[in-house]
Ligand binder design. Structure first.
Ligand SMILES: [Ca+2]
Length: 132
């Protein structure tokens, strides 16, 4: 008799990444940085064990010229610190944050200018980026 009753489960260990407000993993290349709005906060995940996920790149365009704080909080469950680099025409500031910790990058932005942010980790870590 064909089609004997039974079932099986396929586990792909797939985690839906919340990077930058959903829609999957943020790109690992600066040129493809995921667009975010520099207001409020967003979550993300880094996991060096997954392809393309040792780096997450984001970009935002300043709505007005101002001094802004970009906060980075790393989940206590992380097994690695996270490095945040913020770029204008060149690297502007670097912040390293340990698991369970938080840090802030303060930069002067110019209205209409696009900035990129690189988050990188040597292990796996969930994070939250906050604009203020
Ligand atoms: Ca990611």
């Amino acid at each position: 008799m064909a089609g004997a009753a039974g079932s099986y489960t396929v586990s792909l260990d797939a985690v839906t990444q919340p990077d930058g407000g959903g829609g999957g993993d943020a790109p690992d290349e600066q040129a493809a940085a995921k667009e975010v709005v520099a207001d409020g906060s967003f979550d993300g995940i880094l996991n060096i064990a997954r392809q393309y996920d040792s780096r997450d790149w984001y970009q935002f365009t300043a709505a007005e010229s101002a001094t802004i704080d970009i906060g980075l909080a790393v989940a206590p469950t992380a097994d690695t610190s996270i490095r945040l680099n913020v770029f204008g025409d060149a690297l502007m500031v670097t912040v390293d944050v340990e698991p369970g910790g938080s840090g802030t990058a303060t930069i002067d932005v110019v209205a209409g200018t696009t900035y990129t942010m690189q988050l990188g980790a040597g292990g796996q870590a969930a994070y939250t980026v906050t604009f203020g």
